[in-house]
Write a protein that binds this ligand. Structure first.
Ligand code: MN
Length: 250
């Protein structure tokens, strides 16, 4: 298990407790929050790992100064026995549509998949007052099933839940990624020494929440399960580009 909210996040703890009921769990997670770091890996500084006590019946848990993708690499190449599965989360905040490009949580699952290990990511659609229990329960059911079936090659699951209690939650549905456009806010401030600094934030402006999308499922109160792979080739554009680039490419 890993995450991007850090070793002390309640979502990680809920997931560890739930998965420990069905299997042996080891944790390698960032010592601090790493939300938004995407698939970054650390090449310019040493990585440290420190064993920490987690209030869950896990085999072992480590906090690292690395990113979520680093955590997967550290676990697979270094300090832990090779796992049957990589599970990332539970993230506080949904990872829907193009957000998966920025998400450390989703990237950790992708890193597991790149290494040929059955992987999935779990997120809940709230940043505060998160209801993690239904997601933790569902993760254990998913892990139990995937332990038997595995996943299609190069594919992992990106799971998002609305922030609802179990009895308000709709069914789990298979989805595709939707689309969101953001109003990006770049705040310019001035520090006490007179130098400017900048702080990003943003709000979703428009979204494709149409039927079959991950956003649509979560808005409707359902659990969204999106199969994701890392082939970013625009397969549908190849024929059109052959015309657009006629004479330039063969
Ligand atoms: Mn996060």
């Amino acid at each position: 298990m890993t995450n991007d909210d850090g070793i002390n996040s309640p979502g990680l703890l809920a997931l560890a407790r739930s998965l420990a009921r069905i299997g042996e769990v080891s944790v390698m997670a960032p010592e601090r929050e790493q939300s938004g770091v995407g698939h970054a890996i650390t090449l310019q500084k040493p990585l440290r790992i420190n064993e920490v006590k987690l209030d869950a019946p896990v085999q072992v848990s480590y906090a690292t100064n690395g990113t979520p993708a680093d955590c997967v690499i550290l676990a697979l190449d270094g300090e832990l026995p090779i796992p049957d599965m990589v599970v990332a989360g539970i993230n506080a905040g949904a990872n829907l549509a193009e957000e998966i490009l920025y998400s450390g949580t989703v990237s950790a699952a992708m890193e597991g998949t790149l290494r040929g290990i059955t992987s999935f990511a779990m997120s809940v659609n709230a940043h505060r007052y998160c209801i993690f229990e239904p997601a933790a329960e569902f993760a254990a059911r998913v892990a139990g099933r995937l332990a038997e079936t595995g996943l299609p090659k190069d594919t992992f699951l990106n799971v998002n839940l609305p922030n609802l209690a179990a009895d308000e939650l709709g069914p789990a549905v298979l989805t595709r990624l939707g689309r969101r456009t953001y109003q990006n806010i770049l705040e310019r401030r001035v520090d006490p020494r007179g130098k400017p600094y900048y702080w990003f934030s943003g709000n979703p402006l428009e979204q494709d929440a149409s039927e079959g999308t991950d956003i649509g499922a979560v808005v409707a109160g359902n659990i969204s399960v999106t199969p994701v792979h890392f082939d970013l080739t625009s397969h549908g554009a190849v024929a059109e580009l052959a015309e657009l680039l006629d004479g330039l490419v063969e």
